[in-house]
Design a protein around this ligand. Structure first.
Ligand code: FES
Ligand code: FES
Length: 271
């Protein structure tokens, strides 16, 4: 029987046996072997994929039932070779051991986070009911999902767990809120210098005027990612990908702070 569907955003047309299970179609016909077969009886969740935006057990569906549908498998989670936040959470919080159950866990948790981007621990545990793991004891899985929730809800898209990261997070929130007064009053030393390749501004009042003017032209809408956040004894630096009214930009910043945590020098540049 001829079926047409979308798998990981790519069109697929295949002639399949009416009795072929979706999981076997994915693994054997399309070679998408990230989806696993654990029990074959709808109990373990290792075969979980997304079908039309909802997680389903692909051992309990026929391939022909997906005709005209949209299937997402674990292979479709990363983009441009970069793990998504949930995958990163499993990596950072050691949410797997042998990994056999992991693709199913990831797809179930993808469904949960689409329904509720900020689930609490009880909801995460309840949602994990349909996914069995013989290795981890589940605690690390819960922590992995919590990592993803924290990171995706932070305005700087990182786990904010140090004083410098909290300063950076507040700075970004002020920029997104276009609140120049609070930005300068809360963070900059009275004699602070902000510099780039084409300007140098010194002193709080001048900084406020600078940021007000900057915010008139540039609307910072979202930090997409923060990379290479580096802390030293007297400051921090980072690179970030930012969405503004002009599109996406790569920026980098260096901050020097005094003993009270106020910024004395700030260099900012666009790549
Ligand atoms: S293989 Fe599908 S639920 Fe176990
Ligand atoms: S990590 Fe081994 S079964 Fe879950």
């Amino acid at each position: 029987m001829e079926i047409s569907l979308t798998v990981n955003d790519l069109p697929v047309n295949e002639d399949v046996e009416p009795r072929l299970l979706l999981v076997d179609f994915l693994r054997d016909t399309l070679n998408l072997t990230g989806t696993k077969v654990g029990c074959d009886t709808g109990q373990c969740g290792s075969c979980t994929v997304m079908l039309d935006g909802v997680s389903v057990k692909s051992c309990s569906r026929l391939a022909v039932q997906t005709n005209g549908g949209d299937v997402q498998t674990v292979e479709g989670l990363a983009s441009n070779g970069r793990l998504n936040t949930l995958q990163e959470g499993f990596w950072e919080r050691h949410g797997l051991q042998c990994g056999f159950c992991t693709s199913g866990m990831l797809m179930s948790m993808t469904d949960l986070l689409q329904r509720n981007p900020t689930p609490d621990e009880a909801e995460i545990k309840k949602w994990l009911d349909g996914n069995l793991c013989r290795c981890t004891g589940y605690i690390k899985v819960v922590e992995s999902v919590q990592y993803a929730v924290q990171k995706s809800t932070s305005p700087v898209r990182m786990i904010v767990d140090t004083p410098y990261k909290r300063i950076y997070e507040r700075q970004v929130q002020y920029l997104i809120d276009a609140d120049a007064d609070a930005l300068v009053e809360d963070h900059y030393h009275p004699d602070a210098v902000v510099a780039s390749f084409d300007f140098t501004v010194k002193g709080k009042e001048n900084l406020k005027a600078h940021f007000v003017n900057y915010m008139k032209w540039v609307d910072i809408q979202e930090v997409i990612s923060t990379d290479k956040f580096t802390e030293t004894e007297d400051g921090f630096s980072f690179e970030a990908t930012v969405r503004t009214n002009y599109g996406t930009a790569q920026v980098y910043d260096v901050f020097v702070l005094d003993d009270d945590g106020l910024v004395t020098y700030h260099f900012t540049g666009v790549k």
